[in-house]
Design a protein. Structure first.
Length: 174
């Protein structure tokens, strides 16, 4: 599995008692554009997994390469509210914590959980999206190390064909 490079996200939730919980995840992907749905695979023995099951909501916060400290904080020995002492946090529709500096935050209503061996695959309908207006590189994880994306030498960025964040939101969430 170490050969599967993944983008680094924080999966967060707010429990019914108001306490926040979260973890670092790399197994997150799009499922459907209509309706907008994503999935994330989470170890089912975590407090965060249990809190998501109880609250029926979660947020996926896509980290920038400058957010390595947050990724480590949410995957390390700290738990619960201690993890949220770093970063600037807000909430969207569901009340799950969203990182204001994230490349993108997807606020989701839990619609289904599929248990497979040690993990639960969480399916979420995306209710609200917050996309950063700044252009930054995503934080990646491979071979047990954090890193960043470097375009292949033969690739060229074509800004004329790039969809702006505002166009994307207008086309997909209005």
């Amino acid at each position: 599995m170490r050969h599967l490079t993944g983008h680094v996200c924080l999966v967060t939730t707010t429990a019914k008692d108001g306490s926040r919980n979260g973890l670092t995840a790399t197994a997150v992907c799009s499922v459907s554009a209509d309706p907008p749905t994503l999935l994330c695979s989470v170890y089912s023995q975590t407090a965060c997994f249990n809190a998501i099951q109880q609250s029926d909501c979660f947020a996926v916060n896509v980290l920038a390469d400058s957010d390595k400290a947050l990724a480590e904080r949410f995957s390390g020995p700290l738990h619960g509210e201690e993890r949220f002492e770093l970063g600037d946090w807000a909430t969207l529709e569901t009340g799950a914590p969203v990182l204001k500096s994230a490349l993108a935050s997807f606020d989701c209503k839990l619609i289904k959980t599929v248990n497979v061996n040690t993990h639960g695959i969480l399916f979420g309908d995306i209710l609200e999206v917050d996309i950063s207006s700044s252009v930054r590189n995503p934080l990646l994880y491979a071979h047990g190390h954090y890193g960043q994306f470097v375009p292949h030498a033969s690739e060229k960025q074509d800004d004329k064909n790039a969809l702006s964040n505002q166009d994307y939101l207008k086309d997909n969430f209005s």
